[in-house]
Design a protein around this ligand. Structure first.
Ligand SMILES: [Zn+2]
Length: 410
């Protein structure tokens, strides 16, 4: 849906005032991935838009941003869960709640029977059938480069920068964000970034029942499949909150668990608990470790985000320093030589050797044509409400604007 565009050349001032007032609550909406990628005003970037494949499929998903449960009539999900649940340990109970409140738990951290990362930084499961988490990078002097919590609606400047640098990264996408911002998600995969899941609603996974934890992972994968056409094979637990019960569910879904060794704490700056300067210090300390040889035999991963403009700007600010200090910055999957990043075989990642010799792209990413026709601006900040709601709001606003113009014409 696109609003009519009015030229100021023939618009009386009174009409301009009305239009400005209307534009304060309704900005131009994007109509394609390429269109959205051309927008430079962050506020306008975050104007919700209508994308039919998502709208048409919403009945098959939990409510966006709400903790997931299996959708009542989703027999496919029910059957997959019935199968996976047989290998999920029943002697590991949920820890606290999904909001990270563990006041009522009496977990034995010293023994750490569940390999609960949040308490012990355990990455080698106690359950022998499970593979170890990926927390570091086998390649020396290499950083596994990636960002959590996307796709962020205002990420164009950041993605433009990565494109200019010919730098690929691993993007850990939240399912609800993918459905809210499908064009932004498309941009990531089309520009050669690796896509991993980051759950449906971004809560503490060990607080969920096993079935609901399955739903958190399953529907995030389904959202990525719907919008991008691929099924991820990797995921990162929000807050790193994972134990062997959750790992078993992820393993059942074919998801490799990716953690980190260092935390930039860029995500916490918005809460006011830490300052920007402290985040810069964390980056500086990570770089200092690289300089002093800490990663000379094994590379590393630092937790960073595309959560907000601060985290993305900080990533841009520090990119040259990271690039100078580390020998290689590569997507995590590339560092692992994981050439088939998705279940579908029509995408492949370069090997580590291919990547560092200059072949940095997947072998089948689709092209993004340029078709910018941005004409209007807005001062409004849209919510991340679901698409049908926005579509409804858009219809009402369009009718109101049309009515306003007609009244002025009279
Ligand atoms: Zn996150």
């Amino acid at each position: 849906m696109r609003l009519p565009v009015f030229s100021s050349k023939f618009t009386p001032n009174a009409v301009l005032v009305v239009l400005i007032n209307f534009s304060a609550v309704y900005a131009r909406t994007a109509t394609s991935e390429a269109d959205e990628a051309q927008i430079t005003d962050p506020v306008e970037e975050c104007t919700a838009y209508y994308y039919a494949p998502v709208t048409d499929a919403l009945d098959g998903f939990p409510t966006i941003w709400q903790p997931a449960t299996i959708v009542s009539n989703d027999t496919e999900a029910q059957n997959i869960w019935a199968n996976i649940s047989q290998s999920v340990p029943t002697n590991i109970l949920p820890h606290g709640d999904i909001y990270g409140d563990w006041n009522d738990t009496s977990y034995n951290v010293a023994e750490d029977p569940d390999c609960w990362w949040t308490k012990s930084l355990c990455t080698t499961p106690k359950l022998s059938t499970l593979p170890a988490d990926v927390a570091s990078i086998p390649e020396p002097e290499t950083m596994g480069y990636g960002f959590d919590d996307g796709p962020n609606c205002s990420h164009n400047a950041f993605y433009d920068y990565l494109l200019e640098q010919n730098q690929k990264a691993t993007m850990f996408f939240i399912g609800s964000n993918v459905l809210d911002w499908p064009y932004e998600a498309m941009r990531a995969i089309d520009e050669g970034h690796e896509i991993c899941a980051h759950t449906w609603s971004h809560h503490y996974m060990t607080g969920f029942s096993s079935e609901d934890a399955f739903a958190e992972l399953y529907y995030s994968m389904k959202a990525i499949k719907l919008v991008l056409g691929v099924t991820p094979t990797c995921w990162r637990p929000p807050f790193g909150d994972v134990d062997d019960r959750i790992r078993a569910i992820a393993e059942g879904l074919g998801l490799q668990t990716i953690i980190w060794q260092y935390d930039s704490f860029d995500w916490e700056e918005q809460s006011g608990n830490i300052t920007a300067a402290q985040v810069y210090t964390n980056y500086d300390n990570f770089i200092a470790r690289a300089e002093n040889g800490t990663f000379n035999t094994e590379g590393s991963i630092m937790l960073t985000h595309e959560l907000n403009n601060f985290t993305m700007q900080t990533a841009v600010t520090y990119y040259p320093k990271l690039k100078d200090t580390f020998k290689y910055l590569v997507p995590v999957g590339v560092a692992l030589n994981k050439t088939q990043p998705y279940v579908e075989t029509n995408y492949s990642l370069p090997t580590f050797d291919e990547y560092i010799s200059g072949n940095v792209t997947t072998n089948s990413s689709s092209s993004s044509s340029s078709s910018s026709n941005s004409t209007s601006s807005s001062t409004s900040q849209s919510s991340s409400a679901d698409v049908p709601l926005i579509q409804t709001i858009s219809s009402v606003l369009l009718a109101s604007i049309t009515l306003g113009i007609l009244m002025l014409a009279v």
